[in-house]
Design a protein around this ligand. Structure first.
Ligand SMILES: [Fe+2]
Length: 116
């Protein structure tokens, strides 16, 4: 079985003196911000899934749930990477998807002719 640990990435080592391969605070902050965005994307897809469920478009809902799971996987990759590198995972508030965004996203899938 292969060693599944992520090898150190040259040039990303923090200057904190806390240890070889440890990420710096700037990279750690960026990773946490991206993790939040990935979770937000999952949340947004899930909100669209709920809408499609409510109008009995089960196939569309299923596709949206698959996308939501994919975004959660992205977030978890960042979560794991941050911890592997000795960083701190910091959870931030995830905003509710804006209703306007949900509507426009749903329109894009259900009535593409209405989008320029
Ligand atoms: Fe993603």
């Amino acid at each position: 079985m292969e060693n599944e640990q992520t090898p150190p990435i040259q040039g990303s080592i923090g200057q904190t003196g806390a240890g070889v391969g440890m990420i710096g605070s700037k990279v750690e902050g960026a990773l946490n911000e991206q993790m939040k965005k990935e979770f937000y994307s999952s949340y947004l897809y899930l909100s669209m899934a709920a809408h499609f469920e409510s109008i009995n478009l089960k196939g569309f809902a299923n596709w949206m749930k698959i996308q939501a799971n994919e975004e959660t996987k992205h977030a978890m990759k960042i979560y794991n990477y941050t911890l592997e590198r000795g960083g701190k995972v910091v959870f931030q508030r995830i905003d509710a998807p804006a209703r306007q965004c949900q509507d426009s996203c749903i329109r894009r899938y259900t009535r593409p002719e209405s989008n320029p």
